[in-house]
Design a protein around this ligand. Structure first.
Ligand code: TRP
Length: 375
């Protein structure tokens, strides 16, 4: 997936400037059009700004999911977290959107923590991954999901429940399929080859537990789609629905609208545990600016909000008000607003958000057990 596109995407690494229209073709997914947006809005009454602005931009089988919903066949939501390091804003975007879906449709959410995946794919010890699993759960709890309707699955802890289902998936996927889909080679460890079957399980586990087919909707960053491109075809063969999927764009790293924010490069990511000073330092020092070199030139020619990371964070995450966003866009483009002013707006937004988040995160520890699935 690769050079001919000018960017590269796997579930483990994203690089280059992503052309999302090309990606839609390459992955064989459907763009979210106005008709689908209207259809969603019929049920949710309003549209989340991530839908209005095309941050969630493509899908699989959403019309089928809504057909079922309209017939009274409610779906459940499924998403997840790979616990290999600290949580950053890029993770939170998908989860905040997922929470909105949970609230609007009043549905259950299954949330998978793939400690097995991160142990197998990263040069990190089992113990370190366990530590990150605990840490990352705090961030998810802090987002305010309804504990009565939200179930955490930790792959190694819920293995007894998941493994019988995972092997049913694994039996129907060949090594050559996985090799082609993920670009694996013969030096991959054998756990990596099996892993997709674990990520497939929560998409139908609730159906197994309830003994009836329940539709599933998976909001995810589009790099994760490949696991489901491979496993969706298997699901009807083992008696389940294929899940519907909503694909989100990547929040770029501070250094520019290329690739995706990543916690392994913590200087170019905003972490949920960053202090106000740290946020200020990172934004001022690293946030790629669409401004001109001198104030005079900027006033005369204006800036470019489309490549300006601070503006993009406002658009993708921090400024839900379309009118306010438009004003910032125009002021920056005309040169009326300087880069330093734009950065100040962003710094304040991030710090207001993180102050609340950190408060809830600190209080999350004794709530985790309420979310843990018990069977
Ligand atoms: N593999 C994902 C990651 O590394 C975590 C994950 C598990 C996930 N199940 C998912 C993400 C379902 C989206 C949807 O982050």
């Amino acid at each position: 997936m690769k050079k001919e596109l000018g960017f590269s995407i796997t579930p483990w690494k994203v690089s280059g400037k992503i052309d999302y229209d090309k990606l839609i073709k390459k992955f064989g997914v459907e763009k979210i059009n106005n008709e689908l947006l209207e259809r969603i809005k019929k049920h949710t009454k309003e549209l989340h700004f991530m839908l209005r602005r095309g941050i969630f931009f493509s899908h699989r089988d959403m019309n089928w999911l809504l057909d079922e919903y309209e017939k009274g066949n409610k779906f459940f939501l499924y998403t997840g977290c790979g616990p290999s390091g600290p949580i950053h804003l890029g993770h939170l975007g998908t989860w905040i959107f997922t929470k909105w879906l949970q609230d609007k449709f009043n549905v259950e959410l299954w949330f998978q923590f793939t400690d097995d995946e991160k142990f197998l794919f990263k040069k990190k010890s089992y113990e370190e991954i366990q530590k990150w699993t605990q840490e990352n759960m705090l961030d998810v709890v802090a987002l305010g999901f309804d504990p009565k309707k939200t179930h955490f699955l930790i792959d190694t802890k819920h293995a007894g429940l998941m493994y019988p289902e995972a092997i049913k998936v694994a039996k129907k996927i060949t090594f050559s399929t996985v090799k082609a889909a993920f670009g694996f080679n013969d030096s991959q460890n054998i756990g990596e080859i099996f892993y997709t079957s674990m990520q497939a399980v929560p998409a139908f586990l609730p159906s197994v537990l309830k003994g009836k087919k329940i539709p599933c909707l998976i909001p995810l960053g589009i790099d994760q789609d490949t696991h489901f491109r491979v496993s969706r075809d298997v699901m009807p063969k083992i008696g389940h629905y294929k899940p519907a999927i909503l694909h989100g764009m990547f929040l770029p790293p501070l250094t520019g609208v290329k690739g995706k924010m990543s916690s392994s490069e913590s200087n170019t990511a905003i972490l949920t545990t960053d202090s106000p000073k740290e946020v200020e330092r990172k934004v001022k020092k690293h946030a790629f600016s669409g401004g001109k070199d001198t104030i005079e030139e900027h006033r005369k020619k204006g800036g470019n909000p489309d490549v300006d990371v601070s503006f993009q964070y406002l658009r993708m995450f921090f400024e839900p008000d379309d009118k306010k966003l438009k004003k910032i866009y125009e002021d920056y483009k005309s040169g009326e607003m300087l880069t330093s002013e734009l950065k100040e707006i962003l710094i304040k937004k991030i710090n207001d958000f993180l102050k609340q988040h950190q408060k809830k995160r600190n209080a999350a520890k004794n709530k985790i057990s309420k979310f843990m699935f018990k069977n």
